[in-house]
Design a protein around this ligand. Structure first.
Ligand SMILES: [Zn+2]
Length: 383
């Protein structure tokens, strides 16, 4: 992102628009923002970075107009007390991300049902600090959304062999995630519906292709000299799929890495059906449960019956008379509507469509013949 050279004509024009926005806010009025970010001279600079590809979901944007998304919403922020949003960043190119229609404003489906409204004006932060005026340093905020323009954030997303996005098993929770019981990757996946039907299907197809190519590269290692040229052909195909401008290149890269690990020798971790990419990824050793973890259920798994977990332990979620069922499995993930979530809170938010539910209070589980909240179970097991 640092390499964007915004044209001086555009800068001059937006400076004037920003001044008007500032005056409107000072007068207590909502600013009007001319949508200069949609202009070709600016948008093309952003499109040049990874081509016509959504920075959030990595799908190619082949028919719809690519949207220039304001990472920090310019007009208002859902659930925030200020009515103005990050108005002073409306024309800051560092605040722009290329997004597809689904990530920007919803429409993606999970199990045939609407997955929600996409990013829109949502910009949750961990903790109480939010920048509300230019003098507030927004870099001190701790956004929940993973920023696709931030390499460290992008590395927090992993993929399983079914093409589902999930928190990378190699990533440990930050201190703030632990404090608030929220997994940033899970929340990003939920809000942007990164595991929608179509997306996972397409992502898995790319991953299957890459795994096949890796298999051929390995097989051809022992082939006669005359066939060795084919190795290069398959390597080129892998390079093309994992190139940053290719659709779902992060998933392709993950598939390539997993295949190489698998092909190097029998994995030590074998799951019954398909093997999770992250389950065999290097660095899993640092996934040891941390004491007092309130983000996921990993700490509690040793106290639960393994056979029950294999079959899926029933969780009942409920508020206001409506109850929802989900299942907890041995990987510590909670399945609801054929999608697994790594954390109780995101599973509860996915089940209810509400952004502020605490899953530890929401889900109830049967233990020792009694029904209790996950929070109560945790307190009981840890005391
Ligand atoms: Zn997208």
């Amino acid at each position: 992102m640092s390499g964007i050279n915004v044209p001086p004509t555009w800068t001059a024009k937006t400076a004037a628009a920003l001044q008007q926005a500032e005056q409107a806010v000072a007068a207590g009025m909502k600013p009007n923002f001319p949508d200069y970010w949609r202009e070709k001279e600016l948008r093309d600079l952003l499109l040049n970075i990874v081509d016509y590809k959504c920075w959030y979901c990595e799908a190619l944007i082949t028919r719809d107009d690519p949207k220039v998304d304001h990472f920090r919403p310019k007009s208002r922020v859902d659930g925030d007390s200020s009515e103005y949003g990050y108005w002073w960043l409306a024309y800051d190119a560092m605040n722009y991300r290329i997004a597809c229609k689904h990530c920007n404003s919803g429409g993606a489906r999970i199990n045939g049902q609407s997955g929600g409204r996409g990013k829109g004006a949502r910009f949750p932060v961990l903790g109480s600090f939010r920048a509300r005026r230019p003098a507030d340093d927004y870099r001190l905020e701790e956004p929940v959304f993973l920023d696709p323009a931030n390499v460290l954030d992008a590395s927090l997303i992993g993929f399983d062999a079914n093409g589902h996005a999930r928190r990378s098993a190699r990533a440990s929770y930050s201190a703030r995630e632990s404090e608030f019981g929220v997994c940033r990757a899970d929340e990003t996946i939920r809000i942007l519906v990164l595991n929608s039907d179509k997306l996972t299907e397409c992502r898995r197809a790319v991953m299957d292709d890459v795994s096949d190519y890796e298999g051929w590269v390995k097989r051809l290692e022992a082939a006669p000299e005359s066939l060795r040229g084919m190795v290069l052909d398959f390597q080129r195909k892998i390079d093309a799929k994992t190139s940053i401008t290719s659709e779902f290149s992060s998933a392709a890269l993950a598939a390539s890495q997993m295949s190489r690990i698998m092909l190097a020798g029998p994995p030590s971790v074998v799951e019954s059906d398909r093997i999770s990419l992250d389950a065999v990824a290097p660095g899993d050793g640092d996934l040891a449960p941390t004491q007092g973890n309130i983000v996921d259920l990993v700490d509690l798994l040793p106290f639960l019956d393994l056979n029950d977990l294999k079959a899926g332990i029933r969780l009942i979620g409920g508020q206001g008379g409506k109850s929802i069922q989900a299942k907890l499995f041995q990987d510590g993930r909670i399945e609801f509507l054929s999608r697994r979530w790594g954390t109780p809170t995101t599973a509860a938010r996915a089940a209810t469509g509400q952004d502020d539910i605490n899953g530890w209070h929401y889900w109830r589980i049967e233990f020792d013949g009694m029904t209790m909240s996950l929070e109560d179970l945790k307190n009981r097991l840890e005391s």
